[in-house]
Ligand binder design. Structure first.
Ligand code: C5P
Length: 222
């Protein structure tokens, strides 16, 4: 059978990457975390102290930035100019600034070119905000994952506690809402459900339930 593209979109902390990894693994496909690409660029922008509204400077920086997503069995590594930034791109500082970097049209244009190139040969599970609507509008399977903001904040809270980080549930909820607001209201390729996407509300579902539901959809088209 021919390899396909699976697009998974949805708001922040809806469990997209966890589920996408499982689905990719089951299918023997490549998982492409497009949020990690925006995060890696944001990390570099913050280090260089480029103002977040300077779209041209940010685009020039991106043109000189190598971003690689490396898969080694179960773990994913993000390399920026050959530096392993896998954990650095998950910092609060990057998380709370990434949406300001990702809203610029000329920044997105270059990111989307890179993402389309990665998906060209299919055999990919790609997650993000605009995959089904913009990056791969002809993806064979499109999923839109949602969950209540309370549940998404609760999951992020648990994650932080497990990693030994300080966590404040109310603050996490506000940060998630703020990021969704910026991502949904931007002019270019905002976070929106594609007309032909299958909506899955994961609020009361386990990770394995969600992965199984997606695999069922995939197996119908394979
Ligand atoms: O998926 P993740 O939460 O890591 O994404 C981080 C941020 O990157 C999002 O909040 C959004 O601003 C941006 N992003 C985007 N388009 C994508 C993926 C991520 O604008 N396809």
């Amino acid at each position: 059978t021919n390899a396909i593209a699976v697009a998974i979109d949805g708001p922040a902390a809806a469990g997209k990457s966890t589920v996408a990894k499982i689905v990719a693994n089951e299918l023997g496909y490549i998982y492409i975390d497009t949020g990690a690409m925006y995060r890696a660029l944001t990390l570099k922008v913050l280090r260089k102290q480029i103002p977040l509204n300077e779209d041209k400077a940010i685009t020039n920086l991106l043109a000189n930035t190598d971003i690689q997503l490396k898969q080694s069995d179960s773990s994913q590594h993000v390399l920026m100019d050959e530096e392993d930034v896998t954990s650095a791109i998950r910092s609060e500082h990057v998380t709370n600034n990434v949406s300001y970097v990702a809203k610029h049209a000329i920044v997105r244009e270059e990111m989307v070119n890179r993402q389309r190139e990665l998906a060209r040969k299919r055999g990919v599970v790609m997650d993000g905000r605009d995959i089904g609507t913009h990056v791969i509008p002809d993806a064979e399977v499109k999923i839109f994952l949602k969950a209540t903001v309370e549940e998404r904040a609760r999951r992020r809270y648990e994650e932080n506690v497990q990693k030994g980080f300080a966590a404040d549930l109310e603050k996490l909820k506000e940060e998630i809402e703020q990021r969704d607001r910026i991502d949904s209201k931007r002019e270019v390729a905002p976070l929106v459900q594609a007309n032909d996407a299958i909506e899955l509300d994961t609020t009361d579902l386990s990770i394995n339930d969600v992965a199984a539901a997606i695999l069922e959809k995939v197996n119908k088209v394979l």
